[in-house]
Write a protein that binds this ligand. Structure first.
Ligand SMILES: CC(C)(COP(=O)(O)OP(=O)(O)OC[C@H]1O[C@@H](n2cnc3c(N)ncnc32)[C@H](O)[C@@H]1OP(=O)(O)O)[C@@H](O)C(=O)NCCC(=O)NCCS
Length: 153
């Protein structure tokens, strides 16, 4: 909960349809399926800075990546890759055998990252996003290969 204000700011900087504060509160405080993580960076003597967040829902044996974002000034440094790998490995130890997510068709950065993890496109939700009617691409990672995740962390 201490990270919530920074998470909300990051969400608003990163998405055209940010989550309301109540959604993050629900995930952190009330959703037993949610596993919420942040990544912090430390620069010289400064206090640690929250630079990335991820929410994963672990539903029986499937990890659904609900959201992931990295602060714009800290992108292309491998932070999302490491955070996603960490969160999937954590979910694996909690029983995950496969993973699933939705991503905007035009989000080349995210799709490229997910492909690096071995996610494959398995379907499309037409005009899924309310702001611009963009399609959602459904991707899954099945079965999970732990050996592939470990070097990505
Ligand atoms: C997508 C996002 C999380 C990637 O974060 P990041 O920390 O910059 O990503 P990384 O540096 O860990 O890169 C991991 C891989 O993602 C891909 N990638 C990341 N940014 C990319 C870009 N701008 N163009 C193409 N590929 C990119 C690459 O495959 C990269 O591997 P490489 O560096 O070996 O080429 C970040 O751009 C972001 O927060 N975007 C806004 C929120 C968002 O779209 N979240 C995804 C919702 S589904």
């Amino acid at each position: 909960m201490d990270d919530l204000p920074a998470v909300i700011m990051l969400d608003q900087q990163s998405f055209s349809l940010p989550w309301p504060e109540s959604s993050f509160k629900f995930e952190i405080e009330s959703n037993p399926l949610a596993r919420c993580w942040v990544a912090e960076a430390t620069r010289e003597a400064d206090a640690p800075l929250m630079v990335a967040m991820i929410v994963i829902w672990l539903i029986i044996d499937e990890a659904h990546v609900a959201t992931i974002a990295v602060h714009p000034e800290f992108r292309r440094k491998g932070i999302a890759r490491r955070l996603l790998a960490f969160a999937l490995i954590d979910a694996y130890h909690a029983g995950m055998e496969k993973s699933f997510l939705e991503v905007r068709r035009g989000n080349d950065a995210a799709i490229s990252m997910y492909q690096r993890f071995g996610y494959h496109e398995v379907g499309v939700r037409r005009k899924y996003y309310q702001d611009n009617g963009e399609d959602a691409v459904l991707m899954d990672l099945d079965p999970l290969d732990l050996e592939r995740l470990i070097p990505l962390q």
